[in-house]
Design a protein around this ligand. Structure first.
Ligand code: HEC
Length: 129
């Protein structure tokens, strides 16, 4: 019985962590699409909302140890590099936000592809692309 309870709680913890990262990434994806639509439909508020969404979701990657938790076992040693893409993601979003505050929409829109690159850089490592 003890063993069963133990394995069930281990499963619960593993399950929770798996849904956590997926839910979180879903939010990042929603934010990215919101940003894209914001530029396409000339909706500044949507861009700002999208930026906030991604920034909030990106908070889970606040340290090397934090990132490590979400990496597959064989990729944990890459935590430092993936943390760099999370940090770059933050600074690109900040730069985008600053351009928007200055009403420089073209410059802000040009950062969109950098943001996408930041997502992909981490995914490439996680997925072994
Ligand atoms: C520091 C690493 C890191 C960064 C940065 C990152 N991701 Fe992820 N992402 C992951 C991990 C880990 C997974 C889960 C493993 C997988 O799907 O390969 C994942 C998976 C995903 C998935 C698939 C989720 C699922 O349910 O299958 C989406 C969508 C996603 N990320 C979107 C984004 C977007 C959009 C950005 C940028 C705005 C981003 N990610 C930035 C690490 C990252």
């Amino acid at each position: 019985m003890k063993k069963l309870v133990l394995s069930l709680s281990v499963l619960a913890v593993l399950g929770l962590q798996a849904t956590d990262i997926n839910t979180n990434m879903q939010t990042m994806r929603d934010g990215l699409l919101e940003i894209q639509d914001g530029f396409l439909y000339n909706n500044k508020d949507a861009v700002v909302a999208g930026i906030k969404k991604i920034e909030k979701a990106n908070e889970i990657f606040h340290s090397k140890e934090a990132v490590e938790k979400y990496l597959p076992k064989e990729k944990k040693k890459m935590a430092g590099v993936t943390l760099l893409s999370a940090k770059r993601l933050n600074s690109d979003l900040e730069a985008m936000n600053a351009y928007i505050s200055d009403n420089k929409m073209l410059e802000a829109a040009e950062i969109h592809s950098d943001v996408m690159k930041d997502c992909t850089r981490c995914h490439a490592i996680v997925r072994g692309w």
